[in-house]
Design a protein around this ligand. Structure first.
Ligand code: IMP
Length: 202
């Protein structure tokens, strides 16, 4: 079984991705490790203008530094009623300290008088394998609720209700979220790639 580094310090993401991979019955399922596996605790620069470029920037940074196969994922919440905000600034929407609660409060405040509450999560995965870059995108459409519901998940989950769902990501169990999420959709594409290029991961 192959292990791959996820260029992230976010333990929620590492856990969620390992859960999704386990549930996917992928052949040769790789095990994902966060950056502590490399004893790397510095911040990775995330200075790009788009979610896709940020994912590539993070993966490239770790690949260049350690020369290991790795992937990065970048996720953003896009709200058309807020001209696509928070978008690429999702983590730092309410300030540099990256506080999820503050970010949620800011979104709810800005959306106070909005009828159009549509929103989407976009995940882009950038995989570096032997100096070759592969990218995979997943989108989950939904809407911003009027208030927080649920305490599960992370980030904006308590105020995001996926289309066709009656509850927010914050109210869903991990398997429920993982069936329909943006991250799952992007990972499915990476898994399909792994399976059709299986030699890469033996
Ligand atoms: P990044 O991809 O780590 O830069 O995350 C961007 C922002 O989106 C952070 O504030 C995360 O907490 C938030 N975020 C990322 N993925 C999710 C998710 O699956 N649900 C809710 N919020 C998320």
């Amino acid at each position: 079984m192959k292990s791959i580094i996820l260029a992230s310090h976010n333990k929620h993401k590492v856990r969620e991705i390992n859960e999704i991979l386990k549930e996917s019955n992928c052949l040769n399922t790789p095990v994902i490790h966060g950056l502590e596996y490399l004893n790397f605790y510095d911040e990775i620069p995330e200075t790009s203008e788009t979610i896709a470029e940020n994912a590539v920037q993070k993966a490239r940074y770790i690949y260049d530094l350690f020369k290991v196969d790795c992937f990065a994922e970048d996720t953003g919440l896009q709200i058309p009623g807020l001209q696509g905000e928070p978008g690429v600034r999702s983590a730092r929407y309410a300030g540099e300290i990256r506080n999820a609660d503050d970010n949620i409060n800011l979104v709810l405040e800005k959306m106070k008088n909005h009828r159009d509450r549509s929103a989407r999560f976009i995940t882009v995965i950038a995989l570096y394998y032997q100096n070759t870059l592969y990218t995979f995108e997943g989108i989950c459409e939904g809407e911003i609720t009027l208030q927080r519901s649920g305490t599960k998940g992370f980030g904006y989950d308590p105020i995001f209700k996926p289309i066709d769902a009656t509850i927010t990501f914050g109210q869903m169990t991990a398997p429920e979220k993982n069936q329909i999420s943006h991250r799952k959709k992007a990972l499915d594409k990476m898994i399909e790639f792994i399976q059709t290029n299986i030699d890469l991961f033996k």
